[in-house]
Write a protein that binds this ligand. Structure first.
Ligand code: BES
Ligand code: MN
Ligand code: ZN
Length: 489
């Protein structure tokens, strides 16, 4: 869907979307009666997500004008996420009514900053119009193909800015959604690396891809163990964007879990639902999307995004439960389960990011534990951190993006669960507090660097259609990390 900004004029032509708050339905008039009077027959009261539809013939026109009225709830309680939800409802309604071009009049939205509202609406317009239909012989088409956001002269700068950032975030989030939705037979480690290279060319960042001999030379023993059983050989993907060359020593590291398919290995997963493990590179998709958005918007921050991409399969050459393996950091690890593979790849990837790329803060993003889904469900990303000031930045980014996060505790007792008599660490901490022990395993490889761990196992894919995202990959992390990077400038 195309989104444009339109300088508001009194004699606006065509189909219109009016957003109205519950407490403003008496106040606003369109075009001559109050919204309330117009919508009375449909029982429209302005509650969040409510829509009403009006159609009338204007003097001298041959086709009727269609008006969608979207409710926002109480003005005082309006938030950006509510604007996203209301927009999705209204745009879907317009599409259903076969509207092609819709002009949005943002009357009741003025309680929030224009730039944020414009960005949020633009994101949603790009999200609702996007489907993963690459493999369908017959593609469904949307009737609604453009949205015009109307503004007054004084709002021009903010609207143009919000529109631009919204378009970037919409596009890069959709890219991440597609990467997640691609099946494992297509999205191999090599393919993921090629996608990163393409994104680098499109959005303006450097990409370096290491193959096995180079990965081995760096000593990434834990990462290599996980990929041993697959004929689709591993790739180590390094993406660099230098937006703040005046302070080259400040580097934000983003590390994404890139298991292109997770069978569990010898600790085999049950068959039911295994297909969903094509999405075990959701963290990789998030960091590729985020660095793309950061580069596209020329944020003044140095970012290195890293993905240790491999496939966790079964063969005679795979690793086993009971094995004791090495790692780039020199720590030994006893394998309790070959299905706790993500933390092994991330251990080497975060250690590489802080020691070789000299990241001064590092965020890892991973579909890491089923326990995160049990703890927080599919609405909220689980967080562990060793730095509360850094977490405050993440919380503020969470409010801007609408991507929910919640911190779990990292009391010292939890670290005991990762200990064993035979090696420096073991790769599972038992059934209890599985999300916490998985995060704390990664913490052991960050060398005291300020660190945030995002477990997106619950949030990376939606099992059914949501307010503004369809079933499948959500692109979670892209918008969150973009706004986080803004706060890192
Ligand atoms: N990729 C999975 C985690 C996962 C599960 C993501 C469900 C999304 C949905 C991860 O590699 C895994 O298998 N984790 C194990 C860890 C356990 C063996 C300690 C889990 O959560 O069961
Ligand atoms: Mn696994
Ligand atoms: Zn996994």
């Amino acid at each position: 869907m195309e989104v444009r900004a339109l300088n508001y004029t009194e004699d606006l032509k065509g189909d219109v979307l009016l957003f109205v708050a519950e407490d403003k339905v008496e106040e606003f008039k369109w075009p001559n009666a109050t919204i309330r009077t117009l919508c009375e027959a449909q029982g429209f009261t302005g509650k969040l997500g409510e829509t009403a539809f009006l159609s009338y013939l204007e003097d001298g026109c041959e086709t009727p004008r269609q008006v969608i009225v979207g409710g926002l709830g109480k003005s005082a309680e309006l938030s950006l996420e509510k604007v996203r939800k209301a927009s999705a409802k209204a745009l879907r309604e317009a599409d259903k009514r076969k509207v092609k071009t819709l002009s949005m009049i943002p009357w009741s939205l003025d309680v929030l900053p224009v730039v944020d509202v414009t960005r949020a609406v633009t994101e949603v317009a790009l999200f609702v119009g996007h489907r993963f239909d690459r493999y369908l012989s017959e593609k469904k088409t949307c009737s609604l193909d453009s949205l015009q956001i109307c503004y007054e002269a004084s709002q021009e700068v903010d609207v143009i800015r919000g529109l631009k950032v919204g378009q970037t975030l919409g596009k890069t989030t959709n890219m991440a959604r597609d990467l997640v939705n691609e099946p494992g037979n297509y999205m191999t480690p090599k393919q993921l690396a090629d996608e990163a290279i393409q994104a680098g060319e499109q959005y303006g960042f450097d990409v370096e891809v290491l193959e096995e001999d180079a990965i081995e030379a760096l000593g990434m023993k834990a990462f290599l163990e996980v990929g041993k059983a697959s004929v689709n050989r591993p790739r180590f993907i390094i993406m660099r964007y230098k937006g703040n060359p005046n302070q080259p020593e400040e580097v934000l590291g983003l590390v994404g879990k890139g298991i292109t398919f997770d069978s569990g290995g010898l600790s085999l997963k049950q068959a039911q639902g295994m297909g969903a493990m094509k999405s075990d590179m959701g963290g990789a998709a998030a960091v590729i999307g985020a660095i793309s958005a950061i580069a596209a918007e020329h944020l003044k921050v140095n970012v290195v995004a890293v993905v240790a991409a491999c496939e966790n399969l079964i063969s005679g050459s795979g690793y086993r439960p009971g094995d004791i393996i090495g790692s780039m950091a020199g720590k030994t690890i006893q394998i309790e389960s070959t299905d706790a593979e993500g933390r092994l790849t991330l251990a080497d990837a975060v250690y590489y990011t802080v020691t070789k790329e000299k990241a001064t803060a590092v965020v890892d993003v991973a579909t890491l534990t089923g326990a995160a889904i049990i703890a927080l469900g599919s609405t909220t990303t689980a967080v562990l951190t060793n730095d509360q000031a850094l977490y405050a930045k993440l919380q503020s980014a969470s409010e801007q993006s609408g991507e929910r996060v919640w911190q779990l505790p990292s009391f010292p007792e939890y670290r005991e669960q990762n200990k064993t008599a035979y090696a420096d660490l073991k790769n599972t901490g038992g059934r209890e507090a599985g999300t916490i022990t998985a995060g704390l395993f990664i913490e052991a490889f960050v060398e005291e660097t300020p660190w945030i761990h995002l477990d997106i196992a619950g949030t990376a894919i939606a099992s059914k259609d949501q307010d503004y995202l369809a079933e499948g990959g959500t692109g979670v992390g892209v918008r969150l990390l973009y706004h986080f990077a803004e706060r890192f400038m």
